[in-house]
Design a protein around this ligand. Structure first.
Ligand SMILES: Cc1ncc(COP(=O)(O)O)c(C=O)c1O
Length: 375
């Protein structure tokens, strides 16, 4: 079926207006400070082979959706790690060991965070222990091993792998480098977020002639989304409409925003978007997201494979894009929101809109990517 008749049928699942939204730059930058953000940029800028990831115009899609512009930040090109997570874990490793002698680094991961921590540990000549659940593919585990990490598989889900990581790290005096915050563990997650905020610095230098009107942010535990919000506070003059997108089956940010407090949800079925299949928003991101997000939206897994194919086959843009599973919900939700007349009006999406999307990962899980491409 040609693109125009097919995507115009796509629908989002849930949509929520945040009644508590009142974007306040100063409040946001009290949680992740300008100094933290600037230090991350200054450091990462000097890493070997650093260069900003491309910002690609999805010009064919914006014609279909009758929007002005759609920008796609292509994180498949982030170093050789194939996701934005390269900016977070590796940066946190570098900062946290400063002055420390040779500590063993540990973490739990759905894949990309662990890859970054393994890379950061390798760069700093540190031993690294990575805990993964039974849902993390062997091909992801192999990549982490290729960065020198010892990968430990734990029975159960992500939470089980995190609990095991904490238990063994306490026992062995390992330094946990986690992207999730809890009471008494906020510094490292803040460092990972500071690392992610480099994306917004790059965007602020890549989009100079237009104002971004809408930005759609994928969320797992909310670290990436909150880091981008802090980046908006730090780098942009104009505040766009901020939309958080989650898998239907793991809408912990939407549920928390609905209740006005952190709401843990139980995941009945793991989404294919593994990095976003999280049941509870992390503490530090929540403090930022609760008053800054304007809208929440959820999408089913149904459009993942099609979106991966459309990106690869240049249906959305002039150039081929390698977008993995977590790169798809920004696009799918934008299409769903655009297709719904009432919602389109509610969020002021129209022919003047300039939308920013994040292609969070490339074929980071090569096996799954090939399956989605063929599916
Ligand atoms: C690959 C990947 N992992 C994880 C996440 C979620 O990040 P966070 O847990 O910081 O919200 C995303 C995007 O949201 C992603 O694309």
């Amino acid at each position: 079926m040609p693109l125009n008749s097919e995507v115009l049928q796509w629908k989002y699942r849930n949509f929520l207006i945040n009644k508590n939204s009142k974007f306040n730059k100063n409040e946001i930058l009290k949680i992740l400070s300008s100094d933290d953000i600037d230090e991350a940029y200054k450091t990462i800028l000097n890493w070997d082979n650093y260069s900003p990831t491309p910002l690609i115009s999805l010009n064919k899609l914006n014609d279909k959706l009758k929007l002005n512009k759609i920008f796609y930040k292509d994180e498949s090109k982030r170093f050789h790690l194939k996701s934005f997570k390269a900016l977070g874990g590796a940066y946190a490793v570098e900062k946290i060991i400063k002055g420390n002698d040779k500590k063993v680094i540990s973490t739990a991961t759905a894949g990309n965070h662990g890859r970054s921590v393994a890379w950061g540990s390798q760069k700093n000549n540190l031993e690294c222990k990575i805990f993964i659940s039974e849902f993390v593919s062997e091909s992801r585990a192999q990549v982490m091993r290729s960065f020198g990490a010892d990968v430990i598989r734990v029975k159960g889900n992500y939470e089980d792998s995190l609990n095991e990581c904490i238990k063994q790290s306490k026992k062995n005096n390992w330094q946990i480098v986690q992207d999730v915050a809890w009471e008494d563990y906020k510094l490292v997650p803040k460092l990972t977020m500071a690392g992610y905020s480099v994306m917004m610095k790059e965007v602020s230098e890549q989009i100079t002639n237009e104002k971004i009107s809408h930005i759609i942010l994928q969320a797992g535990v909310g670290g990436m989304a909150a880091a981008m919000v802090a980046g908006i506070a730090r780098y942009l003059d104009h505040i766009p409409q901020i939309i958080v997108v989650e898998p239907d089956s793991a809408a912990c940010v939407l549920e928390s925003i609905k209740k006005g407090k952190i709401e843990k949800i139980s995941i009945e079925k793991e989404s294919i978007m593994g990095g976003m299949s999280c049941g509870e928003v992390s503490l530090v991101p929540w403090e930022i997201l609760k008053n800054s997000v304007h809208f929440c939206v959820t999408v089913p897994d149904d459009y993942i494979s099609k979106t991966v194919k459309y990106l690869a086959n240049k249906e959305f843009s002039e150039e081929k894009i390698i977008g993995g599973e977590c790169s798809t919900p920004g696009i799918a939700s934008l299409i769903g929101l655009s297709n719904d007349h009432e919602t389109r009006k509610k969020i002021s999406l129209n022919e003047n809109s300039n939308v920013l999307l994040f292609g969070c990962e490339g074929d980071a899980d090569e096996e799954l990517y090939q399956k989605l491409l063929a599916g």
